[in-house]
Design a protein around this ligand. Sequence first.
Ligand code: HEC
Length: 126
Amino acid sequence: MLRQIIIFSFFVLTTLVPLTSSANGESTYKAVCIACHAAGMNGAPKFQNNRDWAPIIKEGKVHVIAEAYNGVRKMPAKGGKPDLTLEDFSGALIYMVNASGGNWSDPTEQEYIKIKNKLSKLSSKK
Ligand code: HEC
């Protein structure tokens, strides 16, 4: 019986964990980013508009996450929500990219280190 419980828990963990991270991306998008990115307000790249997103996708995941989280031109830092974590922001961004012609996976630990390095350089310029 115990063995079955262990096997079952392992199954639940390995199948549900990847699902929750993309589901979070969707819920953060709906809570924060949708306000501007659904309609393309102020020139924001529009959700599901592959043409708007193609040049951004080309710049690469690490670069885009760092620039956008830091705030770029009319895009407010952290999507205008000061308590939004880098992980939740990245999840929402990747959700938008993948709905708009891209195919990005969640950043690896190594990529998060690079993003944080870029962020500290960007914020020291302000
Ligand atoms: C208050 C409106 C607003 C909200 C909320 C908002 N954005 Fe934006 N975003 C913009 C605008 C406007 C631009 C276009 C910036 C420009 O090029 O001038 C933009 C651009 C971007 C870009 C492209 C940056 C680049 O390199 O060109 C990304 C990525 C992005 N937003 C991600 C997000 C994510 C993720 C969220 C939610 C967590 C979010 N935005 C919430 C307005 C918003």
